[in-house]
Design a protein around this ligand. Sequence first.
Ligand code: CUA
Length: 155
Amino acid sequence: MHIHRYERWWMIFGVTMLVVFMATIFVAAFADNINPPTGSQTIDPTKVYSTPPFDHPGLHRLGDGRYEAYYVASVFMFTPAKLQIPVGANVTFYVTSSDVVHGFEIAKTDVNAMVIPGWVNSASHTFRTPGTYLLICNEYCGIGHQTMYGTIEVK
Ligand code: CUA
């Protein structure tokens, strides 16, 4: 079969780019350890509000600038709806759902996690810039989805 010279160049270019992109993904995942937020911790979604630590949602101080924040997502709100964080704090968010699938995205940060009932997802961020950050649900979860948000005040 005869393949035109230009056609062959494009095929080589296309395959080369595929290899480059695949290599980039593997380097990011294994050498740089950049991975999507994942959670392997499970929880009974019908007992979220009585299961520690989600029975006391909110910010918990660990020391030397590190914090943990526990969030429950439910139709159509986040608990807590408002959170105050000191500037420079490194916060690991743990979030679970008591009903359906929600999203957990903090605008202007790289925190963006899917919240699946029965699972605890987590993501970390260091808040170096003061201000009010918007926490939004970015998975369609029902008729009130667009009203599901919270705020995080960093000061
Ligand atoms: Cu919760 Cu959309």
